[in-house]
Design a protein around this ligand. Structure first.
Ligand code: ADP
Ligand code: ADP
Length: 228
């Protein structure tokens, strides 16, 4: 489902963010990406949803070589991938309901299906009662649950999360993790970059460690492996 072969990523400024990465991730896996700041974790994640392209090497997602995608094909490609960010990235002037419905409106779903599906995902993240709220009327944890609901509303095969608990306190972080576990148990592949030692060590999932643009560790029931 996710395949990288000998991937190098060099940015315009000459920085080599990834330095010969090869990896396979299968459908339904839950994978943590760990490593020091600047190691290349975000770049690894951005390659998966084709926010960046490899300089050399192969990135293949759901059978698609992302280097061969035309610009006009990118939105279609991204429909099968949900993305969750540390800072939520909700649209501030839209309600919770509208933030989530937006992703379905652009693909011209029928209003009836949109309504049904939005209420389904709000139920899943336990926020039905706040459908009419604006993002700034919610706590950080609630905002992150909205952004998870938005990420899964199209039923993607893969959900990518870049430090999704980075702005949340520990209790709220555990709530968010249980939502991700729930989604994973329904068959969705989860790839999550994190600096949370507690979460990684408790969950006993696959851990891929990146340092200086290289994979230095890949364990099926791994540990965080760093001090903080
Ligand atoms: P991490 O997520 O592990 O902190 P990143 O993938 O963000 O690592 O960054 C890896 C390296 O690439 C760092 O040296 C960073 O400064 C550099 N980098 C990241 N994004 C860009 C960019 N858009 N342009 C230039 N350099 C970048
Ligand atoms: P239930 O499934 O319990 O009948 P509803 O479908 O009536 O729940 O909606 C639950 C919440 O979502 C309510 O606050 C409702 O006002 C809100 N909601 C439903 N549809 C929309 C919409 N199109 N725009 C904004 N809020 C909506």
């Amino acid at each position: 489902m996710i395949k990288m072969e000998n991937v190098f990523k060099r940015y315009q400024n000459g920085v080599t963010a990834l330095n010969g990465v090869s990896i396979h991730i299968e459908k339904g896996e839950f994978v943590y990406i760990v490593g020091p700041s600047g190691a290349g974790k975000s770049t690894f994640i951005k390659l998966i949803y084709r926010e960046v392209k490899p300089t050399t090497g192969l990135v293949e997602i759901n059978g698609v070589n992302t280097s061969e995608l035309k610009e006009r094909e990118v939105p279609f490609f991204r429909r099968r991938i949900g993305v969750v960010f540390q800072d939520f990235k909700l649209l501030p002037k839209l309600t919770v309901y509208e933030n989530i419905a937006f992703a379905l409106e652009v693909i011209e779903e029928s209003p009836r299906n949109i309504r049904k599906r939005v209420m389904e995902v709000l139920e899943l993240v336990d926020l039905k009662s706040k459908a009419r709220f604006l993002p700034n009327e919610l706590s950080g944890g609630e905002q992150q649950r909205v952004s998870i609901a938005r990420a899964i509303v199209n039923r993607p095969d893969i959900v990518i999360a870049d430090e999704p608990t980075g702005n949340l306190d520990p209790d709220t972080s555990w709530d968010i993790m249980s939502v991700f576990e729930d989604i994973n148990e329904r068959g969705t592949t989860i790839i999550m970059a994190t600096h949370s030692k507690e979460i990684v060590n408790k969950m006993k999932k696959r851990v891929i460690a990146i340092e200086s643009g290289m994979i230095v560790r890949d364990e099926s029931r791994g540990e965080y492996g760093y001090e903080n």
